[in-house]
Design a protein around this ligand. Structure first.
Ligand code: ARG
Length: 458
């Protein structure tokens, strides 16, 4: 098979080298964008006087015919034609004859691949946003049911203070909201049209790049041809945003896996969203959650792979940059797959709110509230902290809960303690006190839920 660049070569390619350098196996997914870009380029060439209207029409019709073959699955991909760009162009020439050879006028695969990637990423960013929103909606639905469901809140994985389950779930809604902002920001920088940069120095023909950008739906054009063909920061930004989102989703999955243990027993996975063991008949494993957690590893790896491939490359284009695609596509596929399973998995969970409620009041969870009680009676917080520390030690020695210590005994630690103390130490009072914006009081959580809904749906 002759190459698009065969003229200056006397030897045909070594098949092993050909297999090694080819990218068709992975870049073929860019075909819809490659054809869209080529159709716009044919029209731009006609506007620049390089093609007659009839020639441009022939190219556009031919490219549409190639699109039909690709859509139908009848297109015969030829690996020996290196990449998707050459496969499409060669088929075009087969269909329309020599005039097809005019399509690549003033264009290079270097600006072509940058265009294809950017067009593709515009779609992918939109799909990622929709997926993140779906995950947020699933969390919002569970949060709406659990605004009044107390559970222990943790720091250092030690029981710390009571919170409500909705508060815990909404934390993830806000994390995913910032992920959406990161992808939107990535989308803004993807939205720049590189075609016309040609190989590296800019095309030698008077192509109206602004008109081309409008036709392709881009907000603006690249302003430096070397930059246009040699940077992949838009790929890196997607990979970085995907890595952060993957980390958030991993932590959610980690919480759920922990909560599904017999030790916690805060949640039960539906049978349809769990798996068994091939040897231990009693096992029910939270595999889906574990794999959501595990997938974060490849999201980080893909980011580091492309950062490393790009580092130290002299301007402008280098073939190393072809290594951007498999990590990018893998991160896209991975993140979209995670976002696909998360909402139904969340919907299927049974929260053991009885177990959470019981645990919420254990382990001196309201000790801070006793210190706050003393502060309200006028004691400096540091003294209050010290006194409550001694109360806790006293209770530990007698295996009592704070609320079980008789008033008379409590008063030996501070005369400021009165008969109203026990009602200040309940889980409900502890929650109710935290009514600041962003706090865990059910009333504050209801407000946050409404605000989260608005953000998510904006
Ligand atoms: N397959 C190449 C890539 O992904 C397209 C650009 C190739 N350009 C070149 N001069 N070899 O980056």
């Amino acid at each position: 098979m002759s190459k698009t660049w065969g003229g200056r070569f006397t030897q045909s390619a070594d098949p092993t080298a050909e297999r090694f350098t080819g990218s068709l196996a992975f870049d073929q997914r860019l075909w819809p964008h490659d054809i869209t870009g080529s159709i716009a380029w044919a029209r731009a060439l006609a506007r620049a006087g390089l093609l007659t209207a009839a020639e441009a029409e022939t190219l556009v019709k031919g490219l549409e015919a190639v699109r039909v073959e690709l859509e139908a699955g009848t297109f015969r991909f030829r690996a020996e034609l290196e990449d998707i760009h050459t496969n499409v162009e060669r088929r075009l020439v087969e269909l329309v004859g020599d005039v097809g050879g005019k399509l690549h006028t003033g264009r290079s695969r270097n600006d072509q691949i940058a265009l294809d990637e950017r067009l593709y990423l515009k779609d992918v960013v939109a799909a990622t946003q929709a997926g993140l929103r779906g995950a947020q909606e699933a969390l919002l639905a569970r949060a709406a049911e659990t605004v009044d469901a107390p559970m222990p809140g943790y720091t250092h994985l030690q029981r710390a203070q009571p919170v409500v389950l909705a508060h815990h779930l909404l934390a993830y809604v806000f994390m995913l909201q910032r992920d959406r902002e990161r992808f939107a920001d990535c989308g803004r920088r993807v939205d720049v049209m590189p075609l016309g940069a040609a190989a590296l120095a800019g095309t030698a023909f008077p192509v109206d790049r602004e008109a081309l950008a409008r036709e392709l739906g881009f907000a603006s054009v690249t302003l430096n041809s070397l930059d246009a063909v040699s940077d992949r920061d838009y790929v890196l930004e997607y990979l970085a945003a995907a890595a952060v989102a993957g980390m958030h989703l991993s932590r959610l999955a980690a919480d759920l896996s922990l909560w599904a243990t017999a030790e916690f027993a805060f949640v039960e996975f539906a049978d349809a969203w769990a798996t068994g063991s091939s040897i231990m008949p009693q096992k029910k494993n939270p595999d889906v959650a574990e794999l959501i957690r595990g997938k974060s590893g490849r999201l980080y790896g893909n980011l580091v792979a492309v950062l490393t491939a790009m580092k130290g490359l002299p301007l402008s284009y280098n073939s190393d940059m072809q290594e951007d695609k498999e990590p990018l596509f893998d991160s896209i596929d991975t993140l979209l797959a995670v976002l696909g399973v998360l909402p139904p998995m969340l919907a299927s969970l049974t929260f053991r709110t009885d177990r959470m409620r019981a645990a919420a009041g254990e382990n001196f969870a309201t000790a801070t509230d006793l210190a706050d009680y003393l502060v309200r009676k006028g004691l400096p917080f540091r003294q209050a902290h010290e006194i409550v520390g001694r109360v806790v030690r006293h209770a530990v020695e007698r295996t009592l809960g704070l609320e079980q210590i008789p008033l008379a005994d409590l008063r030996r630690f501070s005369e400021l303690i009165g008969s109203d103390v026990h009602q200040a130490l309940t889980v409900e009072a502890s929650l109710r006190a935290r009514a600041v914006t962003g706090g865990t009081a059910p009333e504050a959580v209801r407000r946050a839920l409404a605000q989260a809904r608005e953000l998510v749906r904006a």
